[in-house]
Every structure is written in structure tokens, then in C-alpha cells.
Design a protein around this ligand. Structure first.
Ligand code: FAD
Length: 308
């Protein structure tokens, strides 16, 4: 119930307006979002890469209905890619893009505009020697996002996809995407979804995650195991061994600020570990999804709101 309320707040414009007046340096925000501009993102990436980790950077923002805002997001990614390259980080850093941040939700033109915008970002990533992964948003966007992915992969086959184990359709999507050259990030899913589309019980979601892992690890693609869950990480490791997958033929992914010691431990064992680093001013939706996963942080969050 609490998770559902927080996820409802994540999409409520009035609550968003209130919360966004908090300075980003407030403890709870800073824990998950290292900063607001490209420079802060590059500094965070540098620190993680120096610790033996890889990164994927997300310029925060979503659900835009303004083509100029979508355009500004594209420019932010181009600037980021240029600066990552200048800092010598492009080999270890890719970018994650939400199609709704580059125009997908715009009536009528959304599919075409977001495809063209994503294509521009993919081209810039390719030019500096790195890749793009398309984040996955709520279930109403899954078909459109996978269609955009198919289009992008014609020119940029290295483009990564995200699938969410909480959706009932995902095991089938994993089968469809477990082919050679395909990069698939498997996560549990962070959105408020109806029971018709998603498993609601955590145990069911975990079972689905394991079924999807089995498909991806047995397949020909490159699985990206995105979870902080120790059981899922252990099962992924066992499946990788069972299928004779060497370290580097798959990777683990976690969010910035969550289980940093585990990130380093896995990397120390020779595993490839990538940290998802969100940055920018539009941190509200992202932060609320993190709070929904960890309601124990709510007290801390409420305190930062009151003391602003
Ligand atoms: P949970 O069920 O939340 O947690 C399981 C266990 O993990 C906990 O019991 C605990 O032991 C440990 N754990 C979890 N959080 C913490 C914490 N804060 N501190 C300490 N231990 C903790 N979702 C999408 O819908 N679309 C995306 O595109 C997307 N991209 C993602 C990219 C990456 C790299 C990652 C890691 C996640 C992404 N997510 C995305 C979010 C994801 O769907 C989950 O909401 C989120 O990862 C929490 O699920 P979990 O697998 O960590 O397990």
C-alpha cells in the first residue's frame, strides 16, 4: 500500500512541485543523485571507474510533452558524451535514455520524434566509442519502446534494452531478445502497474526474475543483471557457471548509492559491474521510485523536506 502511494506521488504534479524546491544537496537526494550538471556526472563516473567499475549515465527527466524540452535532453546527452570522451571515460561509460524524455509521450508525433532523437544520441555514442541502453518505463510504453529498439538496432545493433520481471509478458520478451549481439538489462521493474499487466506479489516477481534470468543466461545475448537483491545475484552467478559463461560475457548492474560495497566486491571477484548514475535537475520521479523500494528512507526524506 505504502509503495503504491509513493509511486502515485511520483507521477503527481502538485507533490512534484512541492518536493522539487528542495535543494539537490539535501542528503536523501544526494545519496542517489550525485549532482545536477554534466560536470558532476563526469566526476561521479571518474570516481567509479577508478574503483574498477563501469557506468551508465542517465540525464534525469521523463514524460515530457514539450518538443523543446525533448530537444534540450538530446543536447544534454550530446554534451555528456563529448565530455566523457574528453575525460577518457567513453570506454567504461555508456548512457541510458528514457524515450519519454526525448518525446515519446507527445501526441501523434511521439513515436517518430523519440526514434529520431534516440538515433541522434546513438550516433553520438557510436562516434565516441560507446553505447546506449533504452530504459523501460511503465507497461503502456513497452510495445512502443521495443519497436523503437528494433528500428535503432538496424543501424546501431549494440543498443541495449531493458525488460522488467514484474510484467507478465517479460519471460516471452526475454526469449525474443536472447539472440546473439543483443544486450538486455533485466530488472524487477519500478513502476505502479495494474494486476492485469504485472505480478503484484514480491515473491511472484522474484520467481519471474529467475525464469527470465534462466532464459537470458542460456541464450546467445549479453545479459545485464540489474538488481541489488543478494539472492538474485547469487542465482545469476550460478546460472552463468552452469552455462559456461566467463566473466565479461554478462554483467551486473546496480544503482548509484545502493550497496556500493557489494558493487566493489563483485568487481574484485573479476565480474563486470556497471553503476547506473542519474544526474540532472529532474530528480523527483527517480527519487520517489527509490523511496518506494525502501520506505525506511521516508523518515529521512520527510526531515529534509521540513528543514528546507
Ligand atoms: P528489491 O526487491 O527492491 O530489493 C531486494 C533486496 O535487495 C533487498 O531485500 C535488499 O537486500 C537489497 N536492497 C535493495 N535496495 C537496497 C538498498 N537501498 N540498500 C541496501 N540493500 C538494498 N526499473 C525500471 O522499471 N526500468 C528501468 O529501466 C530500470 N533500470 C534500472 C537500471 C539499473 C542498473 C538498476 C539496478 C535498476 C533499474 N531499475 C529499472 C529499477 C529496478 O526495476 C528496481 O526497481 C530496483 O532495482 C529495485 O529492485 P531490486 O532488484 O534491487 O530488488
Amino acid at each position: 500500500m505504502l509503495r503504491q502511494t509513493i509511486l502515485w506521488m511520483a507521477r503527481n504534479q502538485r507533490v512534484k512541485h512541492l518536493v522539487e524546491t528542495m535543494p539537490v544537496s539535501s542528503g536523501i537526494v544526494r545519496r542517489y543523485v550525485p549532482g545536477e550538471d554534466t560536470q558532476a556526472a563526469v566526476v561521479a563516473a571518474r570516481g567509479l571507474v577508478d574503483d574498477g567499475l563501469h557506468v551508465t549515465l542517465d540525464h534525469l527527466g521523463e514524460d515530457t510533452l514539450d518538443p523543446e524540452q525533448a530537444d534540450a535532453t538530446v543536447k544534454a546527452y550530446l554534451d555528456l558524451l563529448e565530455q566523457l570522451s574528453a575525460a577518457g571515460l567513453a570506454r567504461n561509460a555508456e548512457v541510458s535514455v528514457k524515450l519519454s524524455a526525448v518525446g515519446q509521450a507527445l501526441p501523434e508525433v511521439g513515436a517518430k520524434l523519440s526514434l529520431e532523437n534516440a538515433r541522434t544520441i546513438c550516433r553520438a555514442a557510436r562516434n565516441v566509442g560507446t553505447t546506449v541502453t533504452l530504459d523501460m518505463e511503465d507497461h503502456t510504453t513497452t510495445d512502443q519502446t521495443l519497436a523503437t529498439l528494433r528500428e535503432l538496432r538496424k543501424d546501431f545493433p549494440e543498443t541495449g534494452a531493458v525488460l522488467q520481471a514484474m510484467l507478465r509478458r517479460t519471460e516471452a520478451d526475454c526469449r525474443a531478445l536472447a539472440y546473439e549481439g543483443s544486450r538486455v538489462r533485466l530488472c524487477k521493474g519500478a513502476y505502479l502497474e495494474p494486476e492485469s499487466a504485472a505480478f503484484e506479489d514480491g515473491v511472484e516477481v522474484d520467481r519471474s526474475y529467475v525464469r527470465c534470468l534462466k532464459v537470458l543466461m542460456a541464450g546467445q545475448g549479453y545479459p545485464m543483471v540489474a538488481t541489488h537483491d543478494p539472492r538474485m545475484i547469487a542465482i545469476a552467478g550460478a546460472l552463468a557457471t552452469r552455462h559456461g559463461r566467463a566473466p565479461g560475457s554478462h554483467e551486473y548492474q546496480m544503482l548509484f548509492g545502493i550497496r556500493p560495497e557489494e558493487q566493489k566486491r563483485l568487481a574484485g571477484q573479476g565480474e563486470k559491474v556497471r553503476v547506473y548514475v542519474p544526474y540532472g535537475q529532474e530528480w523527483y520521479g527517480y527519487l520517489m521510485r527509490r523511496l518506494a523500494e525502501r520506505p525506511s528512507n521516508l523518515t529521512f526524506f520527510a526531515r529534509s523536506l521540513i528543514s528546507k
